[in-house]
Design a protein around this ligand. Structure first.
Ligand code: FES
Length: 76
């Protein structure tokens, strides 16, 4: 059964331009993707009309949080 955080992440946008959910980005980070470029390669984010401005900032925030917080909580 999915946790409440997982359900929220499945609904929240990660890359609005490409319609990719936050959950896909979190999964990529969990599987070891540690840069925007790698996450973009794995998930398909980026290259949209905002020229990656929005999702790049979101990924930077998530990577910062995941480096600082080694527990398993999902930053939303
Ligand atoms: S939000 Fe990802 S390319 Fe615009």
């Amino acid at each position: 059964m999915a946790t409440e955080e997982e359900i929220i992440a499945r609904l929240k946008p990660g890359c609005i331009c490409k319609g990719i959910k936050l959950y896909a980005i979190l999964q990529a980070i969990e599987k070891g993707a540690a840069s925007y470029e790698k996450i973009a390669e794995v998930t398909g984010i980026g290259g949209g009309s905002c020229k990656s401005r929005r999702c790049r900032a979101k990924v930077a925030e998530l990577l910062d949080t995941s480096l600082q917080d080694s527990d398993s909580s999902i930053p939303l």
